[in-house]
Design a protein around this ligand. Structure first.
Ligand code: HEC
Length: 480
């Protein structure tokens, strides 16, 4: 009952006795791979690796990011231009999202071509399809957060698509946006999804996915039987682990290189009033963007709902209707053809979107001009938000104040009080509204105090309406 507690240097044993860590590590590393380690199997762990990379860089970004329409753009600009390594971290995060989508496609393609979804792996496949949509959800929600023109317009298009769905579409669109228009509520919804809800779901589904994978066992090469591979086994450690680590190292090198030599940029601040701007989504949503252009009312619903639903059902249901044990791709011509047709179609349509932009001179020039503007902005120093000071200066004033301003100038009040009431300490009029209400001011101008008289101000000869306008102008002068 009372085992002697280990002493000096036996911490690992102590931890193992309480947690079973050694056993867990053994189970993890000794995972049997029928037919041995292969480069084809690196993509699953590559996805876990990029997900962790996104989580870590993402946490650093949240240290500076502020999820509101007022500040999101400025804080991202601050990260890009001022924060130490900010541009590097942000760029790795931005390229990391593309990397994740690419590896996701490779993982899916490998699983499909190897027929690794066969043989009692329905739930494993289902959890994978959930992860697939969660990752696309991460890409969609993250793209809005910098709140620049592209982010704004691409997400406007994206949420409009949801609005096309019959009956519930408008409701979904408003739910996503937090109202009819895009603004701070949209950003906080997307932010919450991007940093809390979707990552938590990904963590849960990755655990489930890995658990189901270990439960079913690795499927091995495509020549093997999916249930009883009957092949000599090699354990995950060391060769497969080394391959996975090598892949992670290559990923890090490529992402860091891209981030260093071609940093992610930030376009002009979102401006809903700019009707000239041509927003474009990230490359992986380009085919969806283009696809929508092909469908016009009354057929929109076919392109937006019917065809995607059919393809989605084919995709999700795959292991339920494709029950043959045959895994070799050349013995499954129909399945492989449909898969490559859809993948190739998406690539073709995506490419068509770029070609179309290039072939339309108006569009090409506009996009070129936008790129130049982005480049110019990127070369500018960081511009902070000026609280109070800058915002107070260009206040729009009322018509009455406008007339008062003319009187102020005509009566040469500025000779003593300075232009716009900005004169020296005692003579400064800006901010006077905080001390005197309008009635008090007109009274003062009509019957100046002895001090004012002494200083050379004479009782005002102006009539009431004019005095009122003048007082209106004086109170509109904000402190500097
Ligand atoms: C000859 C110089 C001169 C001119 C011209 C002049 N003022 Fe003045 N104004 C003064 C002086 C001096 C004071 C008293 C400052 C103090 O109380 O310390 C004063 C005070 C004021 C005050 C009260 C400020 C306070 O803080 O109590 C108001 C309001 C004002 N002036 C408005 C006007 C307007 C409006 C005009 C143009 C119609 C005008 N002044 C033209 C010299 C001038």
């Amino acid at each position: 009952m009372s085992e002697p507690e280990p002493r000096n240097g036996k911490i690992i044993e102590w931890v193992d006795r309480r947690t079973g860590l050694n056993t867990i590590m053994k189970v993890a590393l000794k995972e049997p791979i029928p037919g041995g380690a292969r480069w084809a199997y690196i993509f699953g762990s590559g996805l876990i690796f990029t997900f962790m990379l996104q989580a870590i860089t993402g946490i650093f970004l949240t240290l500076y990011y502020s999820p509101s329409a007022d500040h999101a753009y400025t804080t991202v600009s601050y990260i890009t231009k001022e924060v130490t390594s900010g541009s590097l971290i942000r760029s790795i995060h931005a390229y990391g999202s593309s990397a994740m989508v690419i590896i996701l496609i490779l993982h899916l393609t490998q699983t499909f071509l190897f027929g690794s979804y066969k043989g009692r792996r329905e739930l494993l496949w289902l959890s994978g399809t959930v992860l697939f949509s969660l990752i696309l959800g991460m890409a969609f929600t993250g793209y809005l957060l910098p709140w620049d023109q592209n982010a704004y317009f691409a997400t406007t298009v994206g949420t409009n698509v949801a609005g096309e769905v019959p009956i519930v579409g408008d409701w979904i669109k408003r739910l996503m946006r937090g109202g009819n228009d895009m603004g701070t509520l949209t950003i906080s919804r997307f932010f919450s999804l991007h940093v809390l809800f979707i990552p938590a779901m990904i963590a849960i589904f990755v655990s489930l996915h890995v658990y189901l994978f270990r439960k079913a066992g690795a499927a091995g090469p495509y020549a093997a039987d999916p249930v009883e591979p009957n092949l000599p086994e090699e354990s995950f450690y060391p060769r497969q682990l080394l391959m996975d680590v090598a892949f992670a190292a290559v990923l890090i090198a490529v992402l860091a290189g891209l981030a260093r030599f071609s940093p992610a940029d930030l376009g002009p601040r979102a401006n809903p009033a700019d009707t000239q701007y041509l927003g474009r989504p990230e490359w992986y949503y380009r085919s969806v963007f283009q696809w929508l252009k092909y469908w016009n009312p009354p057929y929109t619903i076919i392109g937006v709902l019917v065809i995607p639903a059919v393809v989605g059902a084919l995709f999700v249901g795959l292991p339920f209707y494709d029950r043959r044990k045959e895994r070799r791709p050349w013995k499954r011509p129909v399945a492989v053809f449909v898969f490559l047709f859809i993948l190739g179609g998406l690539i073709y349509i995506g490419r068509a979107s770029y070609v179309e932009d290039q072939n339309n001179p108006g569009v090409r020039d506009q996009i070129l001009q936008q790129e130049k503007e982005t480049e110019r902005l990127m070369s500018q120093p960081f511009e902070p938000e000026l609280a109070g000071v800058a915002k107070a200066a260009p206040v729009a004033i009322s018509p009455a104040a406008e007339r008062g301003k003319a009187i102020f100038e005509r009566m040469a009040c500025g000779a003593c009080h300075g232009e716009g009431g900005t004169g020296g300490l005692a003579l400064k009029l800006a901010g006077i509204g905080a001390r005197f209400p309008n009635e008090k001011l007109t009274e003062l101008l009509r019957k100046p105090t002895p001090k004012m008289l002494e200083g050379g101000m004479s009782p005002s000869p102006l009539k009431d309406p004019e005095l009122k306008d003048l007082a209106e102008y004086l109170t509109s002068l904000k402190p500097f």
